[in-house]
Structure formats: structure tokens, C-alpha cells
Design a protein around this ligand. Structure first.
Ligand SMILES: NC(=O)c1ccc[n+]([C@@H]2O[C@H](COP(=O)([O-])OP(=O)(O)OC[C@H]3O[C@@H](n4cnc5c(N)ncnc54)[C@H](OP(=O)(O)O)[C@@H]3O)[C@@H](O)[C@H]2O)c1
Length: 240
């Protein structure tokens, strides 16, 4: 039975990843900031016949990442999946493109967005590389965003989130080159689509089930030829 580690597992796309992988028979290491508040995840775990383990993990707190990596030492992780992410203070779902416009930057908030969206997945990969290298599938995936595509930026704005996902894409590209050589690990960023979650809002294009069905399919198809490229949930390739 393969193992997947999912960050941001308490709600949104992280929760749906846990639900689908567990239903498919995978062992799931479901990571949340506050396990005591993850009621829906606890209910899902209770129904999953021991396949879902809940772990505390705050992407902003590197000691918590190192502690979990040590706790899971010797445990192979087939897919390290970074879903946790933030757009920072305010809400794109509520404000649309007015959110994150030029002249409105709160640089403390910027740092938090970069800390979670860009540095967090980098730290996770460094902390868990030996777990992934010891597995059968050897994959590291991050949920990125088309908003991080410089080529596709036609509307401007959304500075902090955009920069954080462009940085994440650059990180995933380097990781794909380095870790394929050093450990045979396949890495890639995947855009999940515009999805109806707290982040995407109710006007988004697709639901979480559709998005994650596609993301999982893309992960299953990730091979040496597809690693280090930017994919969308529907299998199409995005420009950087
Ligand atoms: N929804 C979309 O339309 C869309 C589009 C493109 C890309 N994405 C990307 O897909 C991923 C998931 O998005 P979503 O729609 O599920 O977002 P969401 O509904 O806003 O959920 C965000 C998740 O990230 C977690 N998180 C935030 N800060 C964290 C931290 N410091 N440590 C650990 N976990 C933290 C949250 O945990 P708490 O519950 O503890 O806050 C929550 O589980 C994100 O990376 C996002 O950028 C989403």
C-alpha cells in the first residue's frame, strides 16, 4: 500500500486529497496545524480503517516540520504533497482582482505568504527527502497556481500570491533536476484549477472532487519525461 503525506489536510483541496487517497486504499499522513480542531478529518480517519493518520504540522514553523520528519524516520513516503497555501490577509474570493492591487501591499503579510507558499514546500522537501527516496514511487508534488505563470499573466495585480507561486514553480523545477539525479525523485508543480474552496470561493469553475480527481491522475502519470514541468489538473501543460 503506497503512502502519501498531505499538508493542509483539514479543509479544501488537502482534505479532498486525503479523502480520495484513503478511499483508494493508500496510507495517508494527513498534516494539519491544529489536530484538535480538525473535526471533519477526524471523522474521516475514524472511518478509514487505520489508513489515515493525523499529524500536527505548521508550515511556518520549521521545528514542527523537523519534528514530524524525525517522528516518521524510516517510513517511506511515495508522494510528498504540499497542498497548504495562503493568499494572505483579505480574500480573493470576496474581492476579486481588487485584492492584492498595486499600492496596497502589507509587507508583513507578504512575508507570511512567501513563508507558507514558497519556503514551506522547500523546507518540507529537505526534511522529507530521505523518506521519499526510500519509497517505490518517489514523487514530490506541490499545488501551485496558474497565477504564478508569468507568461499567462494578462490582468496584473495579486502581487504577493503571484510572486509566491512563481517562486514555488522555480523551486519545483530545480528540485526536479537535482533530485532526479541524486535520488531518482520526480518533482512537479500542479495547478488544481479554479476550485470552489474557501480560497477559490463559490464562483470558481470546478468542485474539489473534479480538481483532485485530475490532480491525482496527473500525479499517477508523473514520470521522468513529465517531471520538472508545470501541469494543470486536466493534464494540459502550462507555460512558466
Ligand atoms: N482553490 C483554488 O481555486 C486554487 C487555485 C489554484 C491554486 N490553489 C492552491 O491549492 C492549494 C490548496 O488550496 P485550497 O483551495 O484548499 O485553500 P484553502 O481552502 O484556503 O485551504 C488552505 C489550507 O492551507 C492550510 N494552511 C494555511 N497556512 C498553513 C500553515 N502555516 N501550515 C499548515 N497549513 C496551512 C490551511 O490550514 P488551516 O485550516 O489550519 O488554516 C488549509 O488547510 C493552495 O496551495 C492554493 O494556493 C487553489
Amino acid at each position: 500500500m503506497p503512502t502519501v503525506l498531505v499538508t493542509g489536510a483539514g479543509r479544501g483541496l488537502g482534505f479532498e486529497l486525503v479523502r480520495q487517497y484513503a478511499a483508494d486504499g493508500w496510507a495517508v499522513l494527513a498534516c494539519v496545524r491544529s489536530p484538535a480542531k480538525a473535526f471533519e478529518l477526524a471523522a474521516l480517519a475514524a472511518d478509514a480503517a487505520g489508513r489515515v493518520e493525523i499529524h500536527a504540522l505548521d508550515l511556518a514553523d520549521h521545528a514542527s516540520i523537523d519534528a514530524l520528519a524525525a517522528q516518521l524516520a524510516g517510513r517511506p513516503i511515495d508522494v510528498l504533497l504540499n497542498s497548504a497555501g495562503t493568499m494572505g490577509q483579505g480574500s480573493f474570493a470576496a474581492e476579486g482582482i481588487a485584492f492584492g492591487r498595486f499600492g496596497s501591499s502589507d509587507f508583513g503579510d507578504w512575508m507570511q505568504v512567501l513563508r507558507i507558499n514558497s519556503i514551506g514546500p522547500m523546507k518540507m522537501a529537505e526534511a522529507f527527502v530521505t523518506h521519499v527516496a526510500a519509497s517505490q514511487q518517489k514523487k514530490i508534488v506541490a499545488l501551485s497556481s496558474v497565477i504564478g505563470s508569468i507568461e499567462r499573466n494578462r490582468i496584473g495585480g495579486l502581487y504577493a500570491y503571484r510572486a509566491s507561486k512563481a517562486a514555488l514553480n522555480a523551486i519545483m523545477r530545480s528540485m526536479a533536476i537535482d533530485l532526479q539525479k541524486s535520488h531518482g525523485i520526480l518533482a512537479a508543480p500542479i495547478h488544481p484549477g479554479w476550485v470552489k474552496t474557501d480560497m477559490g470561493g463559490p464562483r470558481a469553475d470546478i468542485d474539489a472532487v473534479t480538481s483532485i480527481t485530475g490532480v491525482r491522475n496527473m500525479i499517477a502519470r508523473l514520470d521522468a519525461e513529465r517531471a520538472g514541468r508545470f501541469w494543470m489538473y486536466d493534464g494540459s501543460e502550462l507555460p512558466w
